[in-house]
Design a protein around this ligand. Structure first.
Ligand code: NDP
Ligand code: HEM
Length: 494
């Protein structure tokens, strides 16, 4: 028998008995000085941390990003130079469900990536869709409230969802994807990932380019219908974890091709759509995808909680050569994630092994709960900056991002004026074959069960502006599913 290590207290002293409480006589009571029992119960009480306010249910793995193309004229980022290989972590998730939600629910999937580059961590926190439901960050908390539970019933409310969506036509593009086949992938391997926002690249000459990132699955797209998913969920609520963990464990490493779309900086003033609007894609015909590399997932975490639950991804994590853009949603996210991490994980969340950069880290933040690393300024006498202390960390002026051109008067601009919310959903609708359209209609009808007629009609009016067939198809599916007639309350709502 192999030698077993001695069980100890967290302070390192040996534990003689982990079976029997310390009692006054064989029948009890328990003695207060059984401090190990108290420790054990106290630790158990602290095993849970707040789940993510969105994207709580997730599945992750480690891997590598390998660059095969050459985009050095656009970006100086070392991780994107030809031949570069960068270790990385991926976490996939559903948006609305809680930590214990079933994996096979129709929902957008999170596609969060952390690249441990030699210039610091670069996080690309995207989804499996190239667009989003809203374009102004003021609307994100409201949108999420409609996806979560009703305050009184504690149930999810289809009425709230469709009320919000029908009053927010910018959501049409994303909801068309959500209720299409791609809204219910069979597992994380069979879906694309998109950075979604417009980011920027900048090169050594200080030139800026706008960029979108796409990770195209090499496993092919595979989806379940609602009916198939119901059967799966009846069998297992953890199908994604089983599939991702299982495939990697048996050495079948999933891969995604990394593509970028590049837009010259000045083009942003010329496109017929706002290239920073998160509800829009850049048509491939205008900005063809350029293949630049491959991402492979090839290692499971040893401890799910430590490495996947405690993973902290943030769009604020960029590296020299990669920048943000004027996208309003992106700027809100640049604030929101680190704030969420400080609440969910604690002040020094970036010192946790899964979040820690794999390059030297030097900063002047001081102290704080759970600071186990002391000072990171390079010299203990340098705990302020500027200083004249030898060996203390100093700025690197060459890492300065080139100026970002902005213009205009400060105001609250109505984001629903002057935006075409219908053309791009139409382009997508036109891509669908008859079967895909039929499933789109019936998925929407199923999701509208119980929604009042006035809200249904408001949404149907939007579908009509996308394409008359879209409206007619959903109307017919509503009739078939719920006996819905125009201007009536749907049967399921009675
Ligand atoms: P293209 O025909 O050049 O590109 C179509 C894109 O749509 C491809 O990336 C394809 O992804 C994707 N696609 C195909 N079928 C579906 C589907 N059932 N659900 C979601 N996406 C699908 O056309 P455009 O670039 O002009 O875009 C037309 C429409 O395609 C857009 O309005 C948008 O809705 C959608 N789209 C566009 C993307 C873009 O970046 N331009 C990205 C994703 C979707 P794949 O190659 O993986 O099959
Ligand atoms: C998670 C906020 C839009 C993708 C989160 C979290 C917050 C948040 C607070 C939880 C973070 C944590 O606790 O670790 C916001 C805000 C948004 C927004 C304020 C808009 C203003 C988006 C968009 C995308 C996205 C547009 C995709 C393009 C994700 C993903 C996660 C996440 C993938 C999970 C990350 C992980 O796996 O840990 N978001 N979000 N979010 N968000 Fe957003």
């Amino acid at each position: 028998m192999s030698e077993r290590p001695t069980m100890t207290t967290t302070a390192g002293a040996p534990i003689s008995d982990n079976q029997n409480a310390l009692t006054a006589g064989p029948r009890g009571g328990v003695m207060l000085q059984d401090y190990q029992l108290i420790e054990k119960l106290a630790h158990q009480n602290r095993e849970r941390i707040p789940e993510r306010v969105v994207h709580a249910k997730g599945w992750g793995a480690y891997g590598t990003l390998t660059i095969t193309g050459n985009i050095s004229r656009y970006t100086r980022a070392k991780a994107l130079q030809p031949g570069a290989q960068t270790p990385m972590l991926a976490r996939f998730s559903t948006v609305a469900g809680e930590l214990g939600a079933a994996d096979h629910e129709r929902d957008v999937r999170g596609f969060a990536l952390k690249f441990y580059t030699e210039e610091g961590n670069w996080d690309l926190v995207g989804n499996n869709t190239p667009v989003f439901f809203v374009r102004d960050p003021y609307k994100f908390p409201d949108f999420i409230h409609t996806q979560k539970r009703h305050p009184k019933t504690n149930l999810r409310s289809a009425t709230a969802m469709w009320d919000f969506w029908s009053l927010s036509p910018e959501s049409l593009h994303q909801t068309t994807i959500l209720f299409s086949d791609r809204g219910l992938p069979i597992d994380p391997m069979h879906m694309n990932g998109y950075g979604s926002h417009t980011y920027s690249f900048w090169n050594d000459a200080g030139e800026r380019f706008w960029v979108k990132f796409h990770f195209k699955t090499r496993q092919g797209h595979r989806h379940y219908t609602n009916a198939e998913a119901e059967t799966i969920v009846g069998r297992t609520r953890e199908g994604y974890q089983e599939a991702l963990f299982g495939e990697i464990e048996r050495g079948a490493f999933p891969q995604w091709t990394l593509q970028v779309q590049i837009m010259p900086e000045a083009d942003a003033d010329r496109t017929p759509y706002d290239p920073f609007d998160l509800t829009k894609v850049w048509p491939h015909a205008d900005y063809p995808p350029i293949e630049i590399g491959v991402m492979e997932l090839n290692r499971n975490a040893e401890n799910y909680f430590a490495e996947i639950e405690q993973a902290a991804f943030s769009p604020s994590n960029i590296v020299p050569g990669i920048g943000h853009s004027p996208d309003k949603m992106l700027q809100a996210r640049v604030f929101s994630y680190a704030d969420a991490h400080r609440y969910r994980l604690g002040t020094h969340y970036e010192a946790l092994p899964v979040n820690a950069p794999r390059c030297p880290v030097h900063h002047y933040h001081k102290d704080g709960q759970m600071n186990f690393f002391g000072q990171r300024t390079g010299n203990v006498d340098a705990y302020y900056e500027p200083n004249s202390v030898a060996g203390s960390a100093a700025e690197l002026p060459s890492a300065k991002e080139p100026p970002l051109k902005i213009s205009g008067d400060m105001d609250r601009y109505d984001h629903r004026i002057g935006n075409d919310d219908y053309s791009q959903p139409r382009a997508l609708f036109n891509l669908f074959d008859a079967g895909q359209k039929a499933r789109l209609f019936s998925n929407i009808a199923a999701a509208m069960a119980g929604v009042p007629g006035e809200i249904v009609e408001r949404q149907l009016a939007h579908y009509k502006l996308v394409h008359p067939d879209y409206e007619a198809g959903v109307r017919a599916a509503l009739k078939a599913a719920h006996g819905y007639q125009a201007d009536t309350i749907s049967a399921a709502a009675q």
